[in-house]
Structures are given as structure tokens and as C-alpha cells.
Ligand binder design. Structure first.
Ligand SMILES: Cc1cc2nc3c(=O)[nH]c(=O)nc-3n(C[C@H](O)[C@H](O)[C@H](O)COP(=O)(O)OP(=O)(O)OC[C@H]3O[C@@H](n4cnc5c(N)ncnc54)[C@H](O)[C@@H]3O)c2cc1C
Length: 377
């Protein structure tokens, strides 16, 4: 989010300083272990589908500008046990918004992808125009474009404190203090470390992903799509094997709390890291349940309703916050950067971001753990 915002601000002629605690792209946040799904037909507020379509176009623009392949249109197959919910309404809604996914029954899923062992009770929504993003290359591309437009970047410069007064902001790192007319905070899983200056209702969670050996080239990119798989046991997502890396799979629901400053236990530090992923592969795509080739850990930053938080600071309107991307934000980072730059430069954005306001939590009793089995976005 930070790198794309930096590019769109610098491109508009704003003197821009990017400050990061590490050296993006890096392995400490939420963007590593590429790829990331990009889908368009969202449930929930229609703003998501509108923004996903814009985000896709912006990624194509960034590919042209950076001369780098960032997005692969592999198609994405969203499968669900229909005793949980049906995807028919979502397909209909998407069509009203100009996105054209297909609804498939279990027999049609198995006919198109015989390597999927999907029970008759399942159904799917297939999005041929969707795919995946090389997330680390995306961050790298925006970083280069931002610097080429004149933005400056401080790496290994953790922000320790922020102070805001009318029309000015001061940010403190161990090496100095920096003054600006406006600031945008997009601290991912570390937002709680920016308290008391800003208090967002965000829970950071440890997530694991694994890459598994496949038994046949039918799981390779070009033949197998990206996927989400919502079963009664849990919600999973994954990717075809890219360049022999193995089929990548992760679990969307569940995860253990992580707090800034704590070490993040590596993949395999508990047996369930691999076992949980393996059991779903064995049940639904046994040909992809081979040897574990690689495992990784990453962080989600989850808001109470799993919707994004993009708003002005409640007391300092020249400070913007963008967080709580809840495990489905990467695809939007192009358009989020664009809209944040509009909020700074134009004072408003063309995107209807009201559903992302902080005020929605004012009246809400926050559930202890809202991270239940919902639709995977
Ligand atoms: C395993 C996994 C799978 C995912 N799959 C998908 C997917 O398929 N599709 C999708 O759309 N999304 C997906 N996501 C979500 C997506 O990756 C995140 O929503 C997105 O990366 C969030 O971006 P961000 O900029 O908010 O956070 P980050 O990318 O973590 O960036 C935050 C930055 O802030 C910096 N920072 C934090 N605190 C400070 C400080 N005090 N001072 C200076 N710098 C600081 C950090 O160093 C970091 O670089 C997934 C996430 C994970 C973990």
C-alpha cells in the first residue's frame, strides 16, 4: 500500500518521503511468499468489485510502465460446499457490475478439472478473467516507479512516535525527525505499535502457506487455475504450480495472534502447520498432496468485520490511515494507493470508500473473534 501510494503522490508532483522499518519487498510483513489472488466478483459491498476491476487495470498499467510481468490471468475457481452458502447470487450480482463469472455444479467442476475430487454437494464460481499477482515484484515495481518520480525512501527506519498539529505532522525514527503537511499510515500488522497516536481495531495473526509436490503437469500454471475452497472443515486458497515450485495452499480462517516485537514462529514449529494443509489436499486434490517443497509464515491484519479501514485520523484530518486489509488486500493495493493520493492532493476520491470508515466501529460491539468461516475474498 505504501509503495503504490508513494508512486501516485510523486507522480502528482507531491514531495514524498516513504519510511519503512525494513527494505520492501521483505519477509516481515504481509506481502511476501508470492503470488496473491486477484479476483473481481466480490460479495459484500459493491465497492469491492468496482475497485477490483480498477485495480486490475492499474496493475496492467504498472506492468507497462515497469516493463515487468506482474499479473497472470490464470482464472480463479471458487469452490464451496453448498450447505455453507450458494454462489448463485454472487454470480448474478457480479454480472450486474459488468463482471462475468460462471456458475458450475460439481459434475462440471470435475469434468473441467478431473484432478479435483469434489463431492456432489459442492458448487463453484469460475472467474476466467481473474488470476494472480507476483506480489513481491509488484512492491518492487511501485518502489522503482516512485523513486523515478522523485519520491525518497528511508529503509530500516522504524517510526517510533508521531505527533500532529494543525496542518503539520512530525514523525520520529531513531535517526531523526521528519516534518510534513500530511501523512499516510499503512503499517500493516504493526498498527498497534502506533498507539496511542492512532488506535485501529486490528488483530495481527500468524498465517502459514505451503508448496506441495504434484503428481502431474495438470496442476501447472496454464492448465490449473488459482482457487478458493470453502469446506465444512475450513476455508483454503491456492495457486497452480508455477515454474515447478509446487502447488501453493494456505488457510484463510484461523491463525494465532501475533504482537509487534514478538518473534514469529517459523513454518513447521507446530505439526498442524503442514498437517492442516495436507489433509485438505488429500481430500480434495490428492495429486497435489506430495512432498512439502517449502513452507512460509506471513501475517494477516484483521479488522473486526474483515472490511478495510481507509479513513482520516479522527482528530487529525491531514493524517490518513489504511489498514485492516484482512487477508484480501493485496489485489487492491494499486487502486488503494491511487485513492489515497487523491485524498491528499484533491481532498476527495472518486471511489465510494464510506464502507471503510472508522466510524462504523463506534456503535459496534466487537466480537471476540470475528474470524469465522465466511466467504474467502
Ligand atoms: C499468507 C497470505 C496470503 C494472502 N493472500 C492474499 C491474496 O491471495 N489476495 C489478496 O488480495 N491479498 C492476500 N493477502 C493479503 C495481502 O497480502 C495484504 O492485505 C497486504 O499485503 C497488506 O498490505 P500492507 O501494505 O497493509 O501491509 P505490508 O505489506 O505488511 O506493509 C506494511 C509495511 O509497513 C511497514 N511498517 C510497519 N510499521 C512500521 C513502522 N513503525 N515504521 C516504519 N514502517 C513500518 C512494514 O515494514 C511494512 O513494509 C494475503 C496475506 C497473507 C499473509
Amino acid at each position: 500500500m505504501g509503495m503504490s501510494t508513494g508512486y501516485y503522490l510523486a507522480e502528482r508532483g507531491v514531495r514524498t518521503l516513504l519510511i519503512d522499518a525494513f527494505d520492501p519487498p521483505h519477509h516481515e510483513g504481509s506481502h511476501h511468499g508470492e503470488p496473491r489472488l486477484i479476483r473481481h466478483a466480490y460479495s459484500g459491498d459493491p465497492v469491492y468489485t468496482e475497485m477490483a476491476v480498477c485495480a486490475h487495470l492499474l496493475w496492467n498499467e504498472v506492468e507497462d510502465l515497469s516493463k515487468t510481468k506482474l499479473l497472470v490471468q490464470s482464472g480463479v475457481l471458487n469452490m464451496v460446499d453448498s450447505s455453507l452458502y450458494s454462489l448463485k447470487n454472487r454470480v448474478a450480482l457480479a454480472k450486474e457490475q459488468g463482471v462475468h463469472p460462471e456458475w458450475l455444479d460439481a459434475a462440471e467442476i470435475r469434468r473441467r478439472w478431473p484432478e479435483l475430487h469434489i463431492p456432489d454437494s459442492f458448487e463453484a464460481m469460475y472467474e476466467p478473467a481473474a488470476g494472480y499477482l507476483y506480489s513481491e515484484k509488484c512492491v518492487e515495481a511501485y518502489r522503482k516507479l516512485a523513486l523515478a518520480e522523485g519520491a525518497e525512501l528511508l529503509t530500516y527506519a522504524k517510526v517510533r512516535k508521531i505527533k500532529a498539529h494543525e496542518g503539520s505532522v512530525t514523525v520520529y525514527t531513531k535517526d531523526g525527525e521528519y516534518h510534513a503537511g500530511a501523512a499516510i499510515l499503512s503499517a500493516g500488522a504493526w498498527f498497534s505499535a502506533l498507539s496511542p497516536f492512532v488506535n485501529l481495531p486490528i488483530r495481527a495473526v500468524r498465517k502459514v502457506v505451503g508448496w506441495f509436490e504434484t503428481s502431474s503437469p495438470t496442476f501447472d500454471t496454464g492448465r490449473f487455475p488459482g482457487f478458493t475452497l470453502n469446506t465444512r472443515e475450513g476455508g483454503y486458497y491456492g495457486f497452480p504450480s508455477i515454474g515447478g515450485a509446487g502447488l501453493k495452499i494456505g488457510r484463510h480462517d484461523t491463525g494465532t495472534d501475533w504482537f509487534p516485537g514478538e518473534p514469529l514462529s517459523p513454518f513447521g514449529s507446530c505439526a498442524e502447520d503442514e498437517a492442516d494443509l495436507r489433509q485438505v489436499l488429500e481430500a480434495y486434490m490428492p495429486g497435489a498432496a506430495g512432498k512439502l517443497k517449502r513452507g512460509a509464515v506471513c501475517k494477516y491484519e484483521i479488522s473486526p468485520d474483515e472490511d478495510f479501514i481507509i479513513d482520516r485520523h479522527p482528530e487529525h484530518p491531514h493524517v490518513l490511515v489504511a489498514g485492516g486489509f484482512s487477508g484480501h488486500g493485496f489485489k487492491f493495493s494499486s487502486v488503494v494507493g491511487k485513492l489515497l493520493s487523491e485524498l491528499v492532493v484533491d481532498g476527495q476520491t472518486r471511489y465510494p470508500i464510506q464502507p471503510f470508515s472508522l466510524a462504523r466501529f463506534d456503535q459496534q460491539v466487537q466480537p471476540e473473534s470475528s474470524f469465522a468461516l465466511g466467504e474467502i475474498e
